[in-house]
Design a protein around this ligand. Structure first.
Ligand SMILES: Cc1cc2nc3c(=O)[nH]c(=O)nc-3n(C[C@H](O)[C@H](O)[C@H](O)COP(=O)(O)O)c2cc1C
Length: 149
């Protein structure tokens, strides 16, 4: 098992690291080249919408080595009712075929169920086992293990 995650403001990172310690799994941050504008959330949202509409996805800067892992946990913040764009980049550049994939996300109010169609559109390779939203103040790796049963 390996945990891959993208996090802009640290919430998903905190969850990923906690899951990594509970599950004794390797944790790898997805690093991207895009410098998102800081400060005004609306400016950031417009930037993300434009990047998405122009299919101008971020490039992943670090090497993602997952050849020895069958189960891959992928963590991200929900952005505009979708996974953050780095997750689209991941599926376009890293071969996830033959992997069992579990998503975990953090967000304000949007639930995992609400973005499931968007997730299915992004997760074009591998076997999507399931996913869930995680409360950063109450990370329970058992919820993830349940999905694998
Ligand atoms: C550009 C942008 C769009 C967002 N869109 C949503 C959304 O549609 N629904 C929601 O509940 N939260 C939304 N959020 C809030 C984030 O999902 C939430 O703060 C998340 O925990 C941040 O994770 P991070 O610190 O790992 O980046 C958005 C945040 C940003 C920056």
């Amino acid at each position: 098992m390996q945990i891959l995650f993208y996090s802009l403001t640290g919430v998903t990172k905190q969850v990923a690291e906690e899951l990594g310690s509970q599950l004794n799994a390797k944790v790898t941050e997805i690093e991207i080249d895009t410098q998102y504008p800081e400060g005004d959330i609306d400016v950031l949202k417009d930037f993300v919408i434009e990047q998405d509409q122009n299919a101008n996805l971020p490039h992943i800067l670090n090497e993602i080595s997952i050849s020895h892992d069958d189960v891959i946990l992928i963590g991200f913040p929900i952005w505009l009712q979708q996974p953050a764009l780095a997750i689209k980049s991941l599926f376009k550049t890293v071969d996830l075929i033959d992997k069992q994939i579990i998503f975990f996300c953090t967000s304000g109010s949007t639930t995992y169920e609400e973005i499931k169609p968007a997730i299915q559109a992004v997760a074009t390779t591998g076997t999507l086992v399931g996913g869930l939203k995680v409360d950063p103040s109450n990370v329970k790796s058992n919820d993830i293990l349940e999905l694998l049963k």
